[in-house]
Every structure is written in C-alpha cells, then in structure tokens.
Design a binder for this molecule. Structure first.
Ligand code: GRG
Length: 351
C-alpha cells in the first residue's frame, strides 16, 4: 500500500525554520526599523542582515531562528493562525539577539557566527546600548499586540527575562567555583543554571505562541515545560559543541568554555565519574586555566572519562521529556509533527 500524504510529507528542520522565518521577517524588519538608526544598524549587523557599513549582507551570518519558529508553531499547535504568534516570535527573537550580544560582552567572546561580535565591531558601550534597545523594543512590541492577550504575553516574557538573568548570573558565578570538593557545582545547580539561561526563552517562545493563540493555561504551561526541556537538551548539545565542535560550523572558537573555566555538563559529568582519567582531569583543571595545548588534553580526558557520552545521554533524556510534554497535550496534528521534527533536529545536532 502507498504511504499516506502524512507519511511522505514530513518537512525537514530547515523547511520548518525557513517557513517560520519567512512569516516573521516583515514584522522583525519593521521592529528593527523602529530603533534609533545607530542601534538599528548594530541590531541589523547582529541579526546577520548587514555588514558594519550597514550594507545588506543576506544569508551567511543569520541565526537559525529557533525561537521565532517555536512561537509560531506554539500558536499553530493550539489551533490559531500563525499570524497570531508573530508578535511573540518577534519578541523572543529580539530578546535572543540581545542576550547573545550582551553575553559576548560578558564572556569577552570576539567571534559570533563567524564574524566579529558586535562589541568587537562597534565597541563595548555601543554594543551594550544596542542590546538594551533590542530588549526595550521586544517588550514594547509585545505590549502593542492587538487584541486582549498582550498583558498575559508581556507577563510571560518578563518571567522568562528574570529566569534568563538568574541563569546567566549562575553561569558567571560558577566560573569562580572549584571543580571539586564542597564548593563544586552539583548536577542540580548545573540544571537550574541551564534551564534559566537557555530553557526559559525556548519555553517562553512556545508558551507565547499559545497565549497569543488564546490557549487555556494548562496547555500554555505544558508547552512552556516542553520548551524548557528542549532548552536543557539544546544547552547540553551546545556544551558538547563548545569542546568538540568545528569552528567552521559553530562560528565560534573551540575550547573557549574550557579557557574560561565554564562549568559545562561534559566536564562536570567526567569529573563525577571518578575514573583514572577523571582524576587526571581534576588535577589538570585545578592547576590553572588551560592553555591551548592543555585544552586539547582536557578535551580528550573528558571524553575518556565518559563526559561526552554522559552529556549525550542528558540531551536525549531532556529531548524525550520535551516530546512527552508535547504528547500529553492536545495539539493540532501538523504543528505537533513540525515541533517533533524541530525538537529532534535541534537535540540531535551532534548525536
Ligand atoms: C534577559 C535582562 C536579560 C539579560 C540576559 C546575557 C544574558 C542575560 C543571558 C545570556 C543567555 C545566553 C546567551 C544563553 C545561551 C543560549 C544559547 C545556547 C544560544 C545559542 O542559540 P542558537 O544556537 O543561536 O539558537 P543562533 O546563532 O542559531 O541564533
């Protein structure tokens, strides 16, 4: 028997992301166009739309657009038109852009998506201001959403912003914590940090789409939960890419997290194993922040001590939990299938 249309017509991750990006683009362009021209220029650079001279530079350095896609799919999943999710999609994409911009300043990361980070290209003060402008525009745009869901949407975004700040605060403070002993970062502390800095916005994106689509609170809460688990899987994968990813693909230098003493999942999991490799790793990490050569050795010890495999397992568990949260919620079939494709593709980037 021939497969049904549903069997054969499964979109790819890039199909889903492209469709959503095209639907959101006009509103995103409009939002950036409302910024002061200088902050707007930096925002356009940051979004990968133009170079530092403001000359359009299509393609190349744009992000994947995961959060805007989640917001649209969140609206479609609760039976609303994708257009209902657009204000939420714009808000989360602007917040994401802002958070990357400020994160690069805080971490002194000079490269983002294969180009100089905004602070490198324009200076730290201007970059901070561009981030502030994006945040203000995100909240303003969402507050101006027509209809009667704007207040609930802004409330959800603000809750996510607070979680984002808390997650980032923990991430920065962990850099100064020891690798082992009583002051070491435990698995639950890592999880809370990662859920805040990465899961909160992914959960918020899905939830905002549902709020703007008029969904009841239990559905909104389930989508938020699914997005948070996706975020934890996504962050685990991001941690793996930070140690073993190809800079040509990630657009960032390899081992930056190791050099900064970031408490990433693979290293914490490796140290927790207690093997010979874990003990050597502990000694190496305790002696100093790794140089380039030492970082290579750290990476292989993390692998040998099982940190990479453990982190893959962590990503898999959170992907499963994210999918379970979706399946336990009544959602429209096409959007649920696209979400499933997106979830699997994002969590499988290195698996
Ligand atoms: C919200 C007021 C307020 C402050 C934010 C700076 C900060 C505080 C938080 C940083 C959060 C952060 C940068 C988390 C990392 C999340 C992450 C894994 C980003 C990479 O996302 P991708 O892969 O990026 O979707 P692309 O390049 O595809 O857009």
């Amino acid at each position: 028997m021939q497969g049904t249309v549903e069997d054969v017509d499964v979109p790819s991750v890039s199909d889903v992301l492209r469709r959503c990006r095209e639907l959101v683009r006009p509103a995103l362009v409009d939002a950036v166009g409302r910024l002061h021209p200088w902050t707007g220029e930096m925002a356009a650079y940051s979004l990968g739309w133009s170079d530092t001279a403001g000359t359009p530079e299509p393609g190349g350095s744009e992000g994947k657009g995961v959060r805007q896609a989640l917001a649209l799919l969140g609206a479609e999943a609760v039976g609303a038109d994708a257009a209902c999710g657009v204000p939420g999609a714009v808000a989360v994409e602007l917040v994401h852009t802002f958070s990357l911009l400020h994160d690069d300043v805080m971490d002194a990361d000079a490269l983002r998506r294969r180009r100089p980070a905004v602070w490198k290209a324009y200076g730290t003060g201007p970059a901070v201001l561009a981030g502030d402008a994006l945040l203000a525009r995100a909240v303003t745009g969402l507050a101006e959403t027509p209809g009667h869901h704007a207040a609930a949407a802004v409330r959800r975004l603000c809750d996510a912003l607070n979680d984002l700040v808390a997650g980032q605060a923990e991430d920065l403070r962990f850099e100064h914590r020891p690798w082992d002993g009583p002051g070491a970062v435990g698995p639950e502390e890592y999880r809370s940090m990662a859920e805040g800095k990465t899961g909160a916005l992914l959960g918020c994106a899905l939830a905002l789409g549902a709020v703007l689509g008029g969904a009841p609170e239990p559905t909104v809460a389930a989508l938020d939960r699914a997005g948070r688990h996706l975020g934890l899987a996504f962050q685990a994968v991001d941690d793996i890419l930070g140690i073993w990813g190809d800079p040509a693909t990630t657009g960032k230098p390899v081992h930056a997290d190791l050099h900064r003493g970031k408490k990433t999942h693979p290293v914490l999991a490796a140290l927790a194993g207690g093997s010979r490799a874990a003990r050597e790793l502990g000694t190496l990490l305790a002696s100093a922040r790794p140089t380039d050569a030492a970082a290579e050795r750290v990476a292989s010890l993390v692998e040998e001590a099982g940190g990479r495999a453990a982190t893959r397992g962590e990503a898999r568990r959170h992907l499963d939990a994210a999918r379970d949260a979706l399946r336990a919620t009544p959602l429209t079939r096409t959007a649920a299938r696209e979400l499933d494709v997106l979830f699997a593709g994002l969590a499988d980037r290195v698996m």
